[in-house]
Design a binder for this molecule. Sequence first.
Ligand code: NI
Length: 181
Amino acid sequence: MNNNWQQDKYVKACKFAAQAHNGQLVPGTDLPYLVHLSLVSMEIIAAIGTDDRYDADLAMQCAWLHDTIEDTETSYDDIVENFGVAVADGVLALTKNNSLPKSEQMGDSLRRIRLQPKEVWVVKLADRITNLQPPPSKWSQEKIANYRIEALLIYEELKDANEMLADRLLAKAQEYKAFIT
Ligand code: NI
């Protein structure tokens, strides 16, 4: 059992993310964005608990902060200053490069994630597990189908990081078929 993560670091990362995402909602819902981040963090802590090889602090901090560079004013340097280079590098790999065509962004991010330690891979698995919820009503059938294909790509590329999360992602992707008519 790996309970090798520090509560004070958890509190700091949670508060930093809450501040950065203040006012944002989970897309398609009226829930604060913090709900998404807390569910990703929960998946990480549950999964890391099954595996002693991991630096649980690194994975947990990347979980809380994984959308800050992409969706808020937070910079890479802000994260280095507050959480160190390893966390900042992980968050940067988890950030899509908006200067690329949309169709290339996921493949590019997955390539960069695979150059990072497994603690970063697990955050991407946990993120997509958390996001495989009933899609927002405005999504087209094509977008929903593509979201599932992308989930299977994430599974293929990152499944070696953690068996529990990989199995969970695959199960969620199967359930998600129900939204494709
Ligand atoms: Ni996310």
